[in-house]
Ligand binder design. Structure first.
Ligand code: CO
Length: 165
């Protein structure tokens, strides 16, 4: 799938809730996982491939752990929602497939709890900390038309203003 780059207007549209997990939704999920892997990303939201629906693909644990077959990642999450956020925050480097080559220090909650549906329509709960928590916040932001550059302080924003048309 082709990745929509900033300032594509779809990135500024709030994504719609998925009412029913149809074969098309499952196929979209599989395509997104494939695209994420191909682009060497660790997260991808449907608006980034031109589809304004609430579905994300995430790689929440390391490849090594995947090899150990925990069966946890990579995965798709449908209608994901942050139900709990720690007050404690963390600043770390972040990139986005819609902003190639742009790496920014972004402040995020250190821990989050997310509720979502998996590809089979089963409700899943995820408690994440550090990088996985950051990935979830970044991708769920995409569904609410919030981009990582929106999370910058004004001074940092000023520094990269040429990139933000
Ligand atoms: Co992104």
């Amino acid at each position: 799938m082709e990745i929509k780059k900033y300032p594509d207007p779809i990135l500024r549209k709030k994504a719609k809730e998925i009412k029913e997990i149809t074969p098309e939704v499952k196929e979209l999920g599989l395509d997104m996982l494939e695209t994420m892997k191909e682009k060497e990303g660790i997260g991808l939201a449907a608006p980034q491939v031109g589809i304004s629906q609430r579905i994300i693909a995430v790689q929440l644990i390391s490849e090594r752990t995947v090899e150990e077959k925990t069966g946890k990642a990579p995965q798709i999450l449908i209608n994901p929602k942050i139900i709990k956020k720690s007050r404690e925050t963390e600043i770390d480097k972040e990139g986005c497939l819609s902003f190639p080559g742009l790496w920014l220090q972004i402040k995020r909650a250190k821990k989050v709890e997310v509720r979502a549906l998996n590809k089979d329509g089963k409700e899943v709960g995820i408690a994440a900390e550090g990088l996985p928590a950051r990935i979830l916040q970044h991708e769920i932001d995409h569904l609410d038309n919030i981009l990582f550059v929106d999370r910058l302080g004004w001074l940092q924003r000023l520094k990269i203003r040429r990139r933000l048309k």
